[in-house]
Design a protein around this ligand. Sequence first.
Ligand code: ADP
Length: 702
Amino acid sequence: MTPPEESDRTKALLELLFHVSRELATALDLRTVLQRVMYEALQNVGGERCSIVVLDDSGKAVDATIVYGKQIHEHTTQQMRDTMERGLAGWVITNRKGVYIPDTSKDDRWLMRPDDAEERAGTKSAICVPLLAREKMVGVLTLVHTMTDAFSTEQLDLMQAIADQAGIAVLNARLYTESQRQARVMTALAEGAAAMNASLRMDDVYQRVLIQAMQALQVETVALGMIEGEKLVFHAAAGQNAGDVIGRTIELGKGIAGMVSREGRGVVIADVGEEKQISEEDKFGGIEMRALLVAPIQSQGRVIGVIEAINPVSKTFDPDALLVMTGIGGLAGTTIQNAQLFERLQAAHKRYRDLFEESIDPIVITDWDGRIIEANRQASLLSEYSREELQNLSIDQLHEVNWNKTGMEFEALRGDVMHSYESSLHKKDEVHIPAEVHARRVEFDSTDSIQWILRDITERKELDSLREDLTSMIYHDLRSPLANIVSSLDVITYMVPEAERETVQTILKIAENSTDRIQRLVSSLLDVSRLESGQPVADQTVVDTLSLVRRALKDVEPSINGRRQTLVEALPKKKLPSIWVDEDMARRVLINLVENSSKYSPSDGTIILGARTEGSWVHFWIEDKGSGIPPSEQDHIFDKFTRLHGRTKSGGLGLGLAFCRLAVQGHGGRIWVESDTGKGSTFHFTFPVATKEQVARNTHAD
Ligand code: ADP
């Protein structure tokens, strides 16, 4: 049987432990829990001074409190380090068991303190026990009495019993504090995210980031730098002396900020005075830096800048300050990137708008229902409608839409190609003017729209009709008188007496050559307008190629000789096949090309005329060593009225090549040019070889 004394003690102990556990269970805040543990220990075990050190999972001291009698002293963790590493607490942590020291002066685990001196409190007795929770060391509890031998091993047991109760409570409180801290970080970040994203204007975004950082960290100054090339440029700052920060640059890799931007890891410098890493680079004029925190601003895994917090108001940074700031840096990165993209987009929009407004072409923008949503100055000028009036019109009120080209619902414009057509534009005064229209899909002010360029082609049309009038004038007013001249010249030849015929004939020959030329020009003009209006070549017959070439050369001989040029024939030995052509047209094509070669070559130059059979075609070419044609012009010279040497003396209408193209194509052939500026040109064309049937029929007809 247990003696009654013993059972009373057990009962008292149980009651005590019950009391302690109830006391501790009602508190969650770490400080309160620690104080209660210490009061319970002092009250129930005795002693004058009690201290407690709390450890984190890695065994580092995270909190420490000391109680003298009824007075609480918050020890900084730093001051407890010595005791932790070398002293009594250190021993308890390493050995994971409690210890009773009856006389501190006789135990070297006790580190001497000023109050241990003989003349002060002198030697003491102490109990030190580990706080264990779920096998984990969460702290050390120490009880000190100013007298030696003040405790007994029983009290050590009692102290250990209290410590065992306290262990769980301290662990819970520590976890609670931790989770509260995380909640605070999360809240700060969530608030930060919401606030930062409220704007997309760059300056606004910078300011919002800074305000969030300042509020979360409670510092005197915050600064924000962005990486630009090999430099970090401070674009924004807030708080004390912020003005001295803006515009500062630091080379990447230099100083703390430069290092953070290069390495992407945040840094806290608790005491700038003691830190050797800090260099001149990090200092901002006007700010006396005591403590500094630099976190990277990251976007898509890349460091794009840094955010700095300088001088916490409470002198030291919170333990989670770096975590919060790194979080803010991450949020800021995304927000800044978004703002940058937005700014770039806006700049692109503005560029388009400027181009649109300044364009020399009249442009209107419509939606996909054809309603005009925007018009530039030129569109207003041309149509004589004000911009507002235009915005009340639809595109088909402004011009005759070619629905075949656009589609009834503009569906043909959905692809990204431009569609062009000629049409007439309806001005406000109801006058219709000819216009060339280019329609295509564009993005305008972020909306999918249609852009219509409406060019006034009144002048071009007038010119065209002038030329058409000219053509018909030449036809009617030149052709018949010319025919009269030609036949009169014929008659005169025979009227001249035999004796004088030779002299007169030379003169008549000149007249004849000139009238031939005029006739050829008139015929070509007529052919151009016929072929252009789509009429087919009607007069095709079987023509002997060689005699065609010879006849053409005879016609150009006078002008070639006149310029002392040499004409070389490059014809195959084998007889060339006959071709199926309108003989007069084919001859004029040859004459035109040889005359051009002569005209655009220097005197004394050589011109080569070649021909060969290529399948069912005869390929002709005329080569010269003249001025040549620039590549950019080679496509145009076959157009009507194109003249490259327009300002030079050589006369011409720019009709010759247009006629050649229409004539050759009218026969189903191809015509092209190969030329190098300054080196000469070779014009090529093909005429169809006459088929056996055509030859047979032709012979028969003869
Ligand atoms: P033109 O009546 O002016 O000769 P063409 O239609 O025959 O008109 O020729 C058009 C333009 O092409 C000419 O003005 C000239 O600039 C250029 N051209 C034609 N043939 C030659 C050539 N053999 N060498 C250089 N330029 C040429």
